[in-house]
Design a protein around this ligand. Structure first.
Ligand code: FEO
Length: 397
């Protein structure tokens, strides 16, 4: 992908990764992009770089605009390797006068690249540098999602370069939000939030408040992944408001793994009970549904119900993986319940309940365990559990 002028004398010079399918356990079924931006001014500045294997894409795009040797400043908003992997080679080529970064960014670069001799220039929230006709204001965004993250805001262009925040893992030939299907774009943005940022929701609330109080005027939000928000940047800010407040809908997910279909039969009976109470419900089999897609659905689901057969005195492996993943992301204010079949010991239900207790779910019932194959009476109890969960969901509306 060639460079794209996103504002006058300001270019996207990143790379599109069409092939990546897994990003630390997050399924990137449609790839991703590593966005980098080049500001042509009295001082030429490059904002972030790209993942190491995409170094030549970055340099090709920069060369389409200017000689890389003419870059004066590197502005490193985030040191994770998908944005800094090719930094040593870029620095070797560019020989920048200054590398602007947060204090934690400098520490992270030293820990990654072990180069004391690079020309670091530490900046903090509120600091401004001048490139010529435009300036860059910095806003540290610690733990969103690494300690080093920061935003760069260019007031003359009303442009916020937002590092990982507001991103999406989606490889496209288009660069702007108004060039793609809006519902697919928001699905990718929601998946990104649910799987990367949900854990930091309280910090995002504070950040959104700070941005509002600073009165930042915005034409465009340019994240380091995916499409640039230019048609209605306010819409993604509002979505982050909803997601970070962990606002949910009267919706239930029944997430299960089964051995000989007994747990699946129970899942369907619980669904019947939820439907009887008018709750929108999805049955998600872990055999065919990726953990990161489940978290995307869980972002606005009030009730999360887990079912697993017992294997080797514990949960089935895919359920253990799912709960461990979800526990790390910390969905809050949820209603939960558990169920499953067993042969002779039945620990899975107890173990799943323990995870939900630790996650501070409001748990409905003690959980339903069924030996081997559910009877008609067992399934009636499952329907009743579904109805009880449905009532609890409706009470919260
Ligand atoms: Fe896209 Fe935290 O790196």
């Amino acid at each position: 992908m060639a460079s794209v002028e996103i504002k006058e004398d300001l270019y996207w010079v990143g790379a599109v990764d069409w092939e990546i399918r897994d990003f630390h356990g997050y399924s990137t079924k449609k790839g991703t992009t590593y966005n980098a931006f080049l500001a042509m001014d009295e001082k030429v500045a490059l904002f972030d770089t790209v993942k190491k294997p995409f170094r030549s894409d970055l340099l090709h795009n920069i060369r389409g605009v200017t000689d890389p040797a003419k870059i004066d400043y590197l502005i490193i908003n985030h040191v994770e390797m998908d944005h800094s992997g090719c930094l040593p080679e870029v620095i070797e080529l560019v020989k920048p006068e200054k590398i602007f970064c947060s204090a934690m960014g400098k520490k992270a670069m030293l820990d990654h690249f072990h180069r004391e001799d690079w020309p670091y220039e530490v900046v903090k929230s509120g600091d401004t540098i001048h490139l010529g006709k435009r300036s860059v204001q910095f806003l540290e965004t610690r733990m969103l999602h690494w300690p080093d993250n920061m935003f760069s805001y260019i007031p003359e262009d009303r442009l916020l370069i937002s590092s990982d925040a507001f991103g999406q893992h989606w490889a496209t030939s288009e660069r702007f939000d108004d060039e793609v299907d809006g519902s697919e774009l928001f699905m990718h943005a929601a998946k990104y939030y649910a799987n990367i940022l949900l854990l930091y929701s309280a910090l995002i609330q504070k950040l959104l408040k700070n941005v509002q109080e600073m009165g930042i005027a915005l034409d465009m939000i340019a994240p380091d992944h995916g499409l640039i928000w230019r048609s209605q940047p306010q819409k993604i800010l509002e979505a982050y408001g909803h997601w970070s407040r962990q606002e949910t809908k009267p919706k239930a997910l029944i997430i299960y793994d089964t051995m000989w279909r007994s747990t699946e039969t129970m899942a369907k009976a619980i669904l019947d009970g939820l439907v009887q109470e008018g709750i929108s419900c999805q049955l998600l089999d872990l055999e065919g549904t990726h953990r990161s897609d489940i978290m995307t659905e869980a972002l606005d689901a009030k009730a999360l119900i887990f079912g697993s057969a017992t294997l080797n005195n514990g949960m089935l492996p895919r359920m253990a993986d799912m709960l461990n993943y979800m526990r790390g992301l910390r969905p809050a204010n949820r209603i939960g319940a558990v169920f499953g079949s067993y042969g002779w010991s039945g620990e899975a239900v107890k173990q799943m309940n323990a995870v939900l207790e630790e996650a501070k779910f409001r748990i409905v019932g003690p959980g339903i365990s069924v030996r081997y194959v559910p009877t008609h009476e067992d399934l009636r109890k499952c329907v009743d559990l579904g109805r009880e969960i449905g009532k609890a969901v409706r009470e919260t509306e």
